[in-house]
Design a protein around this ligand. Structure first.
Ligand SMILES: Cc1cc2nc3c(=O)[nH]c(=O)nc-3n(C[C@H](O)[C@H](O)[C@H](O)COP(=O)(O)OP(=O)(O)OC[C@H]3O[C@@H](n4cnc5c(N)ncnc54)[C@H](O)[C@@H]3O)c2cc1C
Length: 484
């Protein structure tokens, strides 16, 4: 059996594993071995539907050492006026470039695609999916788990409902290929799922010419959605970005319920919901534009509050056994995969191990790069894992609303720690994956034209003590909700 030695064994060549490797490469002399079952870098993006895009700007996604996109502002479509969103193909090309132009040419990185990692009695092994050959790996420093998010996408997951023979059920990947056999073209569609993938499938169908009255939507939960205007790292959107931040901080300090927290951000322009009369119960940081929202509101055939138990060629069967007929030949579009699995957070730095998680949300690649920077040693982080963990507390990802204040508070605590470390602060300032720090420092304190912006930043700072005072209340509320 072949044996390889490496400083770091990175399991997963997805967004998170590559963002970590890229920053560790730049700030250490370590060797790395990256293993992945996929045949190409990019993780779940290899399995995505062809019309997928990022939902937040390209400018702060991917690996830190390479740009993603051209820094363009879209001039038409639902994203007009905002920074470009990389397509899935562009994201994959970015990760390929990272592998081919940065990681492998360094001579310090070995890549094993199409291979499964496993342990055997504590020993690390890679098994080639094609040859079946096993390689033993001796790890000198740490194993890096870049699989923690357990991403699931429709084309590779198994739906949790029964599908009767003859039912036309496809993942969104199939939609652009409809029409290859004209006799078979569906005239009615039912999209299943409440998340961003379902929203993408519906906006794609509408843009491709499907009449809204022929599209049904099974939306078991209503979701709060981030208004993409508040995620733009440009001076043109300064008020939208920091206005939303101020609303969040002030609401964290004084609001009494998670509902109020979201409603106050909605009023300030930071949050959206599809139905203004419905109370959302879900928040996954899905990000959309007002233009997309307007499209989604064109769908009026919406089944809410229930999950599908079974599909039949001419019917939906809900969990309570209610059977709803749909036109024969309806095409069901499965968008029910959980993009990111919610798992309890674990310490990022452990003896011999790093578990990559989010330390700023929703920014998985910035988080992975920052963890790599701490691992390579920066400022106060030194070589001490207790200190590193204090600077990189893993954020528990919310599903319902009560998890949001907790996730925000843990993120704020991390941010405060970073702010106190001059070296780390400088690294963040220069890191492409940090979208917003530069925006705050670009304000000219001597320019009267910037007075309103300075006042906004002052409000943000002033809210801090109130937020800290309210933190125990939010944490207790979330614990109560989890126990309920
Ligand atoms: C549609 C969509 C849009 C998104 N848009 C954005 C956005 O705009 N901005 C943003 O910041 N984030 C966005 N995200 C989230 C983010 O990009 C990633 O989805 C998330 O961080 C998960 O990536 P990952 O690298 O952790 O996981 P994955 O991509 O799943 O990578 C993990 C890899 O580990 C491999 N693996 C697992 N177990 C083993 C094993 N035993 N042996 C070998 N290999 C193994 C898998 O094959 C996989 O390739 C989006 C996600 C989705 C689904």
């Amino acid at each position: 059996m072949q044996t390889l030695e490496t400083d770091y064994l990175i399991i997963g060549a997805g967004a998170v594993g590559l963002a970590f490797a890229d920053t560790l490469l730049a700030h250490s002399d370590a060797t790395m071995l990256i293993v992945d079952r996929h045949g190409l870098p990019g993780g779940h993006w290899n399995d995505a539907y062809s019309f997928v895009t990022l939902h937040q700007p390209s400018s702060f996604y991917g690996v830190a050492s390479l740009p993603l996109g051209q820094g363009r502002t879209d001039t038409q479509g639902a994203n007009a006026g905002m920074q470009e969103l990389a397509t899935g193909a562009e994201v994959l090309a970015h990760f390929q470039q990272a592998m081919q132009q940065r990681l492998l040419p360094s001579g310090r990185v070995t890549y094993r695609p199409m291979s499964n990692w496993r342990t055997d009695g504590g020993r690390h092994q890679l098994v080639s999916l094609l040859s079946g050959e096993t390689t033993q790996v001796r790890v000198r420093r740490r194993v890096v788990d870049a699989t923690y998010f357990g991403s699931q996408v429709p084309s590779t997951h198994v739906p949790a409902f029964a599908v009767a023979p003859g039912t036309r059920l496809v993942p969104p990947n199939a939609l652009p290929h409809l029409g290859r056999t004209p006799d078979d073209l569906p005239r009615h569609f039912v999209v299943l799922g409440a998340g961003k993938t379902a929203m993408d499938a519906i906006t794609w169908l509408l843009a491709a010419g499907a009449p809204p009255e022929r599209i049904g939507w099974v939306r078991p939960r209503e979701s709060w959605l981030i208004d993409r205007r508040s995620t733009q790292p440009t001076m043109a959107h300064f008020e939208a970005v920091f206005g939303a931040q101020v609303a969040l901080m002030e609401a964290l300090a004084t609001a009494t319920t998670a509902d109020e927290l979201f409603e106050r951000q909605e009023a300030a322009g930071g949050m959206l919901r599809i139905d203004p009369d419905a109370r959302p119960t879900m928040f996954h940081y899905a990000t959309i534009s007002p233009g997309e929202l307007a499209q989604l509101r064109r769908i009026t055939q919406v089944w809410r509050g229930q999950r599908v138990r079974a599909l039949e060629p001419g019917a939906l069967v809900f969990a309570d056994d209610q059977r709803v007929p749909v036109p024969e030949g309806t095409l069901f579009v499965d968008c029910t995969a959980t993009a990111v699995t919610r798992r309890p957070p674990v310490p990022v730095f452990q003896p011999g191990r790093i578990a990559l998680q989010m330390v700023r949300v929703p920014q998985p690649t910035f988080s992975a790069a920052l963890i790599a920077r701490l691992e390579a040693g920066v400022g106060a982080s030194g070589q001490d894992d207790a200190r590193r963990n204090a600077m990189a507390r893993a954020i528990p990802l919310p599903d319902g609303l009560d998890g949001y204040p907790v996730a925000t508070l843990v993120g704020l605590q991390n941010q405060m720690q970073w702010g106190q470390d001059a070296d780390l602060r400088n690294w963040i300032r220069d890191c492409r994956l940090d979208g917003f720090g530069r925006l705050a420092t670009a304000v000219n304190r001597d320019d009267p034209a910037d007075a309103a912006r300075i006042a906004l930043l002052a409000r943000l700072r002033a809210a801090g003590p109130g937020v800290m005072a309210a933190a125990p209340r939010w944490l207790a509320g979330a614990q109560r909700a989890a126990g309920a």
